[in-house]
Design a protein around this ligand. Sequence first.
Ligand code: DAH
Length: 337
Amino acid sequence: MPTPALDALVAEIERCRAEAIVALQAAADEQAVEELRVAFLGARSGRLKSVQKLLGALVAADPPAAGRHFNDLKTAITRALETAQHRVAGQAVQAQAIDVTLPGTAVPTGHVHPITQTIRQVQEIMARLGFASVDGPEVEDQWHNFDALAIGREHPARDPLDNFYLAVARGADPLLLRSQTSTVQIRVMEQRQPPLRVVSLGRVYRPDTADATHYPMFHQVEGLLVEPGTTMAHLKSVLRFLASSFLGGDVQVRFRPSFFPFTEPSVEVDMEWGGRWVEMGGAGMVDPAVLAAVGYDPQRVSGFAFGLGVERIAARRYGVSDIRDFYRNDVRFLQQF
Ligand code: DAH
């Protein structure tokens, strides 16, 4: 039979249960939930502790019934507590997550490699002058890498020590990893008729020992313009525009006499920036023999071509003194660009 004392205990238990559940459901964050845990389940002064004291006084009257009520209460509050803990923990995770609707939220991400950035910028600058970006294969035949560029069979540039030849069946002409992007000039001229303005940026390979200024793989910018009436003055203007746009400021361009088998005349291109002259590559007027070899009429059209080192212009712009840094993949270096 329930006794008045047991009734009072049950009433207190129900009050306690209701208060705990309402409070836990309303708790806004982890701290509030923790405070409620201490308030209700705390080992020393929690609310359940005082209920337990009432229980102690009642044990003589109806121990099993009183104990059952008390245990139910404890289970109910523990469950409500766990539910609340899960809920606020989820909210905390959501609060750390990215709200893409917020303006100006800094999100750390990867970014484009400085060499690729340079390639894209050069493409964009040359596009302003009407040069279309074209591409060619990195595994080349000797015709495009040498013969069509008037680099004869006995020319030292063909030396196996200076090229990455690929193994082929006996008797066949070995292919090679292209040693220059001038190959693309030939590929384009074979397929298209003048007028022509193209730029090609890509990898080239030479078996050089890696040091601060050499790497067995590097990149070149190759420019080619073929139109009636083209002169060296056009070449210099285009190079100066490219250099000034890429490096910023008014960059001076200097030509020094040189020799390449596929240009006549040929020059080395130097650029002055920040008070220093730096060699950037080679250039010249496309040799009439090269124009004739691809079926153009050298009497009607002339053209210029240039080939610059991408790593060189990038190193110059960013103040990098060792091109190996571009390929070490050290994020501390790469993050600067
Ligand atoms: N291909 C040459 C090299 O790798 C650079 C070069 C020189 C490219 C003269 C040209 C050019 O287009 O006209 O050294």
